[in-house]
Design a protein around this ligand. Structure first.
Ligand code: ATP
Ligand code: MG
Length: 420
């Protein structure tokens, strides 16, 4: 019996795992700069949490949730997204009593039973932030700036920020009525799944990427969202704020986001080189969710970025063959008699914080050097009878093949100033 990872899931290891760890470190550092602290919520949550918050008619709830009953008969899901869980935790621990605006970020796996394809997986990972406790448009600006800054810091270069406004709940009701009236004459021309969306959540008809459908729709409307004066002012402030920070954005396309809880500002960050799945991050304001989940009436805004898509974007934008720098030392043992000394040196190097390995098998020098090269070590430390007699180590720089003899008692200091 040979087992394989489930479709839409993946193993992350070696160089890719290192890249992930660095990415996570960068994202944590940027979140910290902006004053966002980490929250880790469980992977499993009561199903009701997502049915209530995301909305019964959304794709996630209709067909993408991994949902099961445990032995006690509880209805449980593997979390499909982070916001609802963060809001649950925020309320459960009364975080609103601690400060006016609570800034949180998370990093972790999410699960959706989607059809696996490029950039779309069943277990994927998100970095997300939530700012809960303010209706101010300046918080929208802060959250978008953090999103763009952290993606750029990760090395995503060609990105475009798209912003739109869905207005308040009242605006959305008026807009939905307007859209239904305008689009009713073309309803029968829409594919079945869009006719369904027409009836359940008309904004999602706008989501459709099909050119023909887009043309049909946009011939009949000019603006899908009818914004009240307050909503318009909110959106204007967000745009002004982004301009002040020098963050380029595109507001030429009004769009909706697929989850029920969004109000006012919504945004998406797309990157080139990702093909059809080009959204790296997406988010927006959700001013009703906290109250709808039984908490005080507090405005909130956030986003989630897909780690896999960040990796894909970086890889697509990087000239191929570019790899990380070499680091660490590989001990090359040249004679039986120096093995004990080599083991002592290995332990000393590791305790001093250097990445270090040695071969315990006493293979040929050629084989050991080949391994050292393949594993990306910066230095090969050659240790034979001759070096031993001189109380020194021959240090070969694998970047340029230069070799020099360094006294054993000066080695650590030398490495500290050379091995980054
Ligand atoms: P999409 O339009 O790509 O389906 P979405 O609207 O479902 O995205 P959100 O739920 O807002 O996306 O999630 C935010 C981000 O999480 C996306 O922009 C994307 O980077 C990432 N993401 C969402 N679903 C997946 C998935 N199945 N596999 C990998 N990444 C995903
Ligand atoms: Mg989706």
């Amino acid at each position: 019996m040979v087992f394989q990872a489930l479709r839409g899931t993946s193993d992350i290891f070696q160089a890719e795992a290192t890249a992930w760890a660095e990415l996570e470190q960068t994202l944590r550092a940027w979140a910290a700069c902006y004053g966002y602290s980490e929250i880790r919520t469980p992977i499993i949550e009561p199903a009701g949490l997502f049915l209530r918050s995301i909305g019964e008619m959304t794709d996630i709830v209709q067909k993408e949730m991994f949902r099961f009953e445990d032995r006690g008969g509880n209805d449980i899901v593997l979390r499909p997204e982070g916001t609802a869980a963060v809001v649950r935790a925020f309320l459960e621990h009364h975080l609103y009593n601690q400060q006016a605006l609570t800034r949180l970020f998370y990093l972790g796996p999410m699960f959706r039973a989607e059809r696996p394809q490029a950039g779309r997986f069943r277990q994927f990972h998100q970095y997300g932030v939530e700012a809960i406790g303010s209706a101010s448009p300046w918080v929208d600006v802060e959250v978008i700036a953090l999103c763009v800054d952290s993606l750029r810091a990760c090395g995503v270069r060609d990105l475009a920020v798209w912003v739109s406004s869905m207005g308040t709940r009242e605006d959305q009701q008026r807009s939905a009525a307007y859209l239904r009236e305008r689009l009713l004459p073309i309803r029968a021309q829409l594919p079945d799944y869009l006719q369904q969306r027409f009836d359940t959540n008309i904004f999602r008809v706008l989501d459709c990427k099909d050119e023909a459908v887009q043309q049909l729709v946009w011939q009949r409307i000019d603006r899908p969202f009818l914004l009240s004066e307050g909503s318009q002012a909110h959106f204007d402030t967000v745009r002004r704020g982004l301009e002040e920070l020098g963050i380029p954005f595109d507001d030429s396309q009004a769009f909706a986001r697929g989850l029920d809880y969004y109000t006012q500002t919504v945004f998406e960050v797309r990157a080139t080189g990702l093909g059809a799945q080009d959204a790296v991050a997406a988010g927006g304001r959700y001013d009703n969710l906290v109250a709808e989940m039984g908490g005080p009436a507090l405005g909130a805004v956030g986003f989630a970025a897909g780690i896999e898509r960040i990796r894909l974007a970086i890889q697509a934008q990087q000239p191929s063959g570019a790899v990380g720098g070499r680091e660490g030392c590989c001990l090359i043992v040249l004679h039986e008699s120096v093995r004990a000394e080599a083991r002592a040196l290995l332990y000393q190097l590791r305790r001093a914080g250097h990445k270090a390995l040695m071969d315990y098998e006493l293979r040929s020098m050629k084989a050991q050097l080949r391994d050292a090269n393949q594993h990306g070590f910066r230095y090969a430390l050659l240790l034979g009878q001759q070096e031993m007699a001189q109380q020194a180590v021959a240090v070969k720089d694998l970047e340029n093949a230069q070799q020099q003899l360094i006294r054993r008692d000066a080695l650590l200091d030398w490495l500290s100033s050379h091995d980054s």
